[in-house]
Design a protein around this ligand. Structure first.
Ligand code: SF4
Length: 64
């Protein structure tokens, strides 16, 4: 599974970090970031739900 975040589109709504906190975090400006081992944890977390929850569709999830 690969996960990408369009950080230029992110508005810092934090829904991704709230929905899948084992995968996403936010930097000091509130922009979403992947945790270092986030992609490895993605299969057992609600990553797709987090992507759907993003109000600006900044998260893309695809199977490798
Ligand atoms: S839910 Fe979307 S807009 Fe909100 S922090 Fe995550 S990527 Fe950014």
């Amino acid at each position: 599974m690969s996960i990408s975040i369009a950080t230029d589109r992110c508005i810092g709504a934090a829904l991704c970090a709230l929905t899948a906190p084992e995968v996403f975090t936010q930097d000091d400006d509130g922009v979403s970031r992947l945790l270092p081992d986030g992609p490895q944890r993605a299969r057992s977390s609600p990553v797709r739900e987090a992507a759907r929850a993003c109000p600006v569709q900044a998260i893309t999830v695809s199977e490798d």
